[in-house]
Write a protein that binds this ligand. Structure first.
Ligand SMILES: O=C(CO)[C@H](O)[C@H](O)COP(=O)(O)O
Ligand SMILES: [Fe+2]
Length: 217
């Protein structure tokens, strides 16, 4: 059985000790580092910007998986690439020209990701699925860490997996929000490839052990 890609979200980390947190992730079994960018417009919260992503990238030994929760993301993808992003996910709800945006991200040499809100049907991605490297399925409403996992996500992941298989695509499915050891196995069985976990990792007494457990689920 293929092992999941584990992407801890630094949104839940101690920002006053970010270097220590990144060092911990470097030493852990995490594969990617998930970085949440919120603009106070697309979502009702502001998280961090380009200088912080650059600082994370300076210390990180793992690829940065950047989740843009911002309006008009096409204005910033180049800057986030320059700041060190390996993957860039834009929200389909923020992109009337999604196909163009995906080509823009790929031309920069990044994995092109599309994030979808809980209310957004996966069927809307059918015509571009072959152009998407990664679908980030939001299993909470974006904007905040530490929220309760939405149960409909299992069904949504199954439908998305079917859509990917039918298209003969190799798109990865990432789950973002409320991921923990209770729901991880069921998500992987439904078709998930990547698990993002913020508060479940960083609020644990031993984050490295939690990452190891998630990777071994
Ligand atoms: O995109 C996000 C929120 O919009 C975060 O990546 C997500 O919430 C992860 O945090 P947690 O595991 O605490 O739910
Ligand atoms: Fe995220």
């Amino acid at each position: 059985m293929p092992r999941p890609i584990i992407a801890p979200s630094v949104l839940a980390s101690d920002f006053a000790n970010l270097q220590r947190e990144i060092t911990m992730l470097n030493e852990s079994e995490a594969h990617w580092i998930h970085v949440d960018i919120m603009d106070g417009m697309f979502v009702p919260n502001i998280s961090m910007g380009l200088p912080v992503v650059e600082a994370i990238h300076r210390h990180a030994a793992k690829p940065l998986d950047v989740h843009l929760m911002i309006v008009q993301p096409e204005r910033y993808v180049e800057a986030f690439r320059a700041a060190g992003a390996a993957n860039i996910s834009v929200h389909v709800e923020a992109c009337p020209h999604l196909h163009r945006n995906l080509q823009q991200i790929k031309a920069l040499g990044c994995r092109a990701g599309v994030a979808i809100n809980p209310h957004t049907p996966v069927q809307g991605l059918a015509d571009v699925i072959g152009d998407i490297d990664l679908v980030c399925v939001m299993s909470v409403n974006p904007g905040f860490g530490g929220q309760k996992f939405i149960e409909h996500t299992y069904r949504k992941v199954q439908m998305l997996k079917q859509l990917i298989v039918d298209a003969g695509a190799s798109t990865l499915i990432e789950i973002d929000g409320g991921v923990n050891l209770q729901n991880a196995r069921r998500l992987l069985d439904a078709g998930a490839d990547v698990l993002v976990a913020g508060s479940f990792v960083f609020q644990a007494p031993d984050p490295k052990a939690v990452i190891r457990d998630l990777a071994a689920v």
